[in-house]
Design a protein around this ligand. Sequence first.
Ligand code: UDP
Length: 331
Amino acid sequence: MKIFITGGAGYIGSYVAYLLRNQDYEIAIFDNLENGHRWALKDSRFYFGDLRNFNQILDAIYDFKPDAIMHFAAYIKVEESVNDPYKYYENNVLGSLNLIKAALLNKVKYFIFSSTAAVYGIPKNIPVSENETCMPINPYGQSKLMVENILKDISKSSFLKFGILRYFNVAGADVKAKLGQANKKPTHLITRVLRAALGKIPYIEIYGTDYPTKDGTCIRDYIHIKDLAQAHIDVLNYIKEEDKSDIFNVGYGKGYSVKEIIDIAKKITKIDFPVKVGKRRKGDPPILIANAEKLKKLTNWEPKYNKIETIIEDAWEWEKYLNSNPTLFEY
Ligand code: UDP
């Protein structure tokens, strides 16, 4: 089966590409390398292009003739989306529309879309299931929900079948595969905590200790990149075998607070890095935990790396590897 991967030079896309190749799929990557890295492509077939340019994406899909598309390319920073919503709607929504049009013109039947728990906004029910009302509270979440809705409508009026994956908090890496997140200015908690342990940032700031949670800090459901990546393949198999479209949460159903993550990271790294308490960050829901029963029940997916220690240990190995290979920050 031939799979076309947008954003395949990025953190998640590159790891899904790696798994697909190990499982004997034929793949091609499309990426503008704005946030992705050339080294993450390995020696995959590569189309350099930007989704906002319809002809570039049409030509690539016409040339590769895939059976399925996995769409990862998007901007992902919540705060930036609040300050520059146009940038998010243009890349994430217009870019996806161009891609879907190219898929329809080339009769690509299966479309796997990388979505986010940010589509729920501040959910009423925890753990949150796929049936929860979607009310995003920032343009990033809004842009992902718009694409979900576009896919729903288009699949009703065409042959297209979609699988939507709503990710919770993705973390971890695979040092053996030499793949992980390489961001000069990371915003994610686990990466920042480990950069503080390495002394790359002077301290870790806790964004708010006055949330209605057991220790006052926000709770998240962290999922290992290895399990998250495999979920894409399992969902693709499901929509293909069942010949239907569906939406899945991807998480473990277990939450950890910011303080808990810091404590576990101190144990794993054996470094007592400085921690400061700061103000709340805008737009952070207090608790986000997935109900991921649907994914486990309907597809072959089973969590394999779901110990928080494994996630943080693997992320730590990766941060040390990055630290000793500074050229990885350049493409
Ligand atoms: N967080 C924090 N300090 C940091 C980075 C993140 O306290 O330096 C908190 C953040 O407010 C949120 C949680 O850690 O409650 C997870 O944030 P992250 O950016 O990793 O993922 P998000 O849940 O926003 O997708």
